[in-house]
Write a protein that binds this ligand. Structure first.
Ligand SMILES: [Zn+2]
Length: 326
């Protein structure tokens, strides 16, 4: 039997020099101590895509102090320091893990799952779905955009069981094949990949995934596109309801200011840094021209916005937060 995933090492696999991961305090607070936190900020944001309800759910985050050259090799040390000063006043950046739940004609579709649970506990996504009154066995489809721990960590619990027992799980075959190969080529990743590979294999060993073809609909109105580079089988998605669409960019970008503005920079966790930059620029050029509405796994919560061109790359135009947007 495998030991439960070591969360610390899993975080290290993606951390790029992580300082800490933050946890929703409501998930770990005792009932007595919740009294004072009843006005805590919500980790769930409800919005609409055409006729459908959708929920952005922040299932973890990383706080990172970006360090040159591991974080980005393309700029010089001076250019990197100047860019960090310009875009990150504190010198640290925060990457939320924005999971997307869709109520698709009464069928629940979950896109990615956030980080794993702590010390064998259920992953945060379970408690957050519970706040919506949704038990894990109500999820009908899980779509995995790629196999990094912040996206698939919530799919298997501390007892090595699938968290969503009745769901059909979908990912690209290229993604599963890469991580489960005897020797995945991670020679260009600027991080320790031992845990990254172990965490991905753990999930693929315990869950039988279905492999949609790139360009195919997973369910009507949810189309999966191949967008390789960050990982070989990285997936982006277009969600369509009548005339309304939402383009899920997943990890085409990891920070709305530092990395959108510097769209030619790779990130330490890219499996193929050159291809990742090429794919990002192609898709973002198109999205900035069409001004299609976007959801980003690592964009500022709740992850909704639009793209515009800038002198060196792109700018994030966040959607206005509306408390009741039903
Ligand atoms: Zn990610």
């Amino acid at each position: 039997m495998m030991t439960p995933m070591n969360r610390r090492s899993a975080l290290k696999a993606l951390s790029l020099g992580a300082l800490a991961a933050s946890v929703n305090p409501r998930l770990s607070a005792s009932p007595e101590s919740r009294e004072g936190t009843r006005f805590a900020n919500s980790a769930i944001y409800r919005f609409r895509i055409g006729n459908h309800d959708a929920f952005a759910i922040q299932c973890g985050s990383l706080t990172i102090k970006p360090e040159w050259p591991s974080f980005a090799t393309e700029p010089s040390a001076d250019e990197f320091a100047a860019a960090v000063r310009e875009t990150i006043p504190t010198g640290t950046l925060r990457m939320p893990f924005n999971v997307l739940l869709l109520d698709w004609n009464g069928t629940y579709v979950l896109i990615d799952s956030g980080e794993p649970g702590h010390a064998g506990a259920p992953p945060p996504v379970v408690a957050l779905l519970g706040e919506l009154g949704i038990a894990p066995d109500r999820i009908a489809h899980v779509v995995l955009t790629h196999a990094h721990f912040d996206h698939l960590g919530g799919l298997v619990d501390g007892a090595e069981r699938p968290v969503f027992p009745k769901a059909r799980h979908h990912a690209f075959k290229a993604e599963a094949d890469f991580w489960t190969a005897p020797h995945p080529d991670v020679s260009k990743v600027r991080l320790d990949t031992t845990d990254m590979i172990r965490v991905a294999r753990r999930v693929f060993a315990r869950i039988a995934f279905e492999f949609p073809n790139p360009g195919a609909e997973i369910v009507p109105g949810i189309t999966a596109f191949s967008s390789p580079g960050h990982t070989p089988g990285h997936m982006t998605l277009r969600l369509t309801s009548g005339p309304s669409t939402l383009y899920h960019i997943s990890d085409l970008c990891h920070h709305a200011r530092l990395l959108l503005e510097h769209a030619s920079w790779s990130i330490a966790s890219d499996v193929d840094p050159v291809l990742a930059v090429k794919t990002r620029k192609e898709i973002f050029r198109n999205l900035s021209e069409t001004r299609e509405r976007i959801f980003g796994f690592h964009m500022p919560f709740p992850g909704l916005g639009y793209l515009a061109k800038s002198a060196t790359g792109f700018r994030w135009l966040p959607e206005d937060w509306i408390p009741d947007n039903a």
